[in-house]
Design a protein around this ligand. Sequence first.
Ligand SMILES: NC(=O)c1ccc[n+]([C@@H]2O[C@H](COP(=O)([O-])OP(=O)(O)OC[C@H]3O[C@@H](n4cnc5c(N)ncnc54)[C@H](O)[C@@H]3O)[C@@H](O)[C@H]2O)c1
Ligand SMILES: O=C(O)[C@H](O)[C@H](O)COP(=O)(O)O
Length: 385
Amino acid sequence: MLIVADENIPLLDAFFGDIGEIRRVSGRTMSSDDVKDADVLLVRSVTRVGSDLLEGSRVRFVGTATIGTDHVDLGWLEEKGIRFSAAPGCNANSVVDYVLAVLSLYAERRALDDWSQLSVGIVGVGNVGGELAEKLFRLGFTVKLCDPPRADREPESENKFVGLDEALACDVVSLHTPLTRDSAYQTYHMVGEQQLAGMNSEQLLINSGRGEVIDSAALGKCLAGANAPLVALDVWEQEPRINPDLVSKVWLATPHIAGYSLEGKVQGTEMIYQAACQFLGLPTRKKAGQFLPEPALSKVSFTSAADEHAAVRIALRACYDPRQDDARLRNAMKKPSVDDRGKAFDSLRRDYPVRRECSSLKVQLKGTSKSLQDSFRAIGFKLKI
Ligand SMILES: NC(=O)c1ccc[n+]([C@@H]2O[C@H](COP(=O)([O-])OP(=O)(O)OC[C@H]3O[C@@H](n4cnc5c(N)ncnc54)[C@H](O)[C@@H]3O)[C@@H](O)[C@H]2O)c1
Ligand SMILES: O=C(O)[C@H](O)[C@H](O)COP(=O)(O)O
């Protein structure tokens, strides 16, 4: 059996080595020639999967080790009887760590001692947005949830959801929808000129869903004005050839790595391994946990944290600080040509340093209050008291 796989999928040999021969190819440039003899195709989000790639091939199973599926022509696969599986939720905790770290920096920028004074509008309340909401509720934030598909599906939860306008009026707005172009709830350019015009310089807009959910031309114009919101973008239109001018205008710019924790990536591989085994009628013998090493930073200690809010922010950013990724991306954007900048964007992602989730860090607390302990737990840290 031939398995053609994106070379950036971690632990291919460990999970798939005894199932078939593995051919690694570049996900970004994968061609129909690369896959024509394959039985199984394993991708991440940078490979467009549909008739152009697969017509005439032997592929019977396609797995994407990602949450998003906008790169896959699901209708065509179904029509051709090709089994498909994604990895829902695999890196949700990683994205939530990213958003919380951004929030902590924003609270400092606004000189807020207590970050939970901020209201947060979450647009798209699925695996990522739902996990974020849960953590923010536990931390005491005011949270507004916007998810029209769920609001329509769950009429009993009448007061649970708000409209987009109400979510966009919060201090912080975080986008977590899939990219869709042909549904009643289309998200392509969902945040455009009109929505941005309603925001102001006291607000923060975060996008770690898909770049095309924001109209970046409208965003560029808005950011040239005096009353624009602060913006943190992890995802961009036209990746990897993103607009350097937009990078220079946003507050935090990262190269689509919000979901790039080691846990998130390995769980993505594990989930498509499980689905492939089920399709092939094979037993599943391997688990992500077998392959996750002890984190290099496994413990931080606080003895009587005088400033409890600062303690939470310190621990959070000991795990993940988006400013390092921001600096790397800004540096990559100094390359003179579009091609070189695109390559640099992809290199930052391919050579991404090992990053562990907050849940991998043990926080040792001595003489600290119950409310501080609750905050650490809400974020997902393990506690030693
Ligand atoms: N930056 C990253 O590294 C990264 C990592 C993981 C996922 N993502 C992106 O985030 C997206 C969301 O991930 P998820 O795991 O929460 O997906 P999910 O499918 O679990 O949830 C998405 C939610 O968005 C809602 N939604 C759909 N259309 C909407 C609309 N028009 N307005 C408001 N809500 C709408 C859906 O009803 C659903 O509840 C993924 O599709 C992916 O594109 C990015
Ligand atoms: O959809 C996802 O899971 C994320 O966007 C994921 O982190 C994308 O990573 P990539 O496939 O581009 O490596």
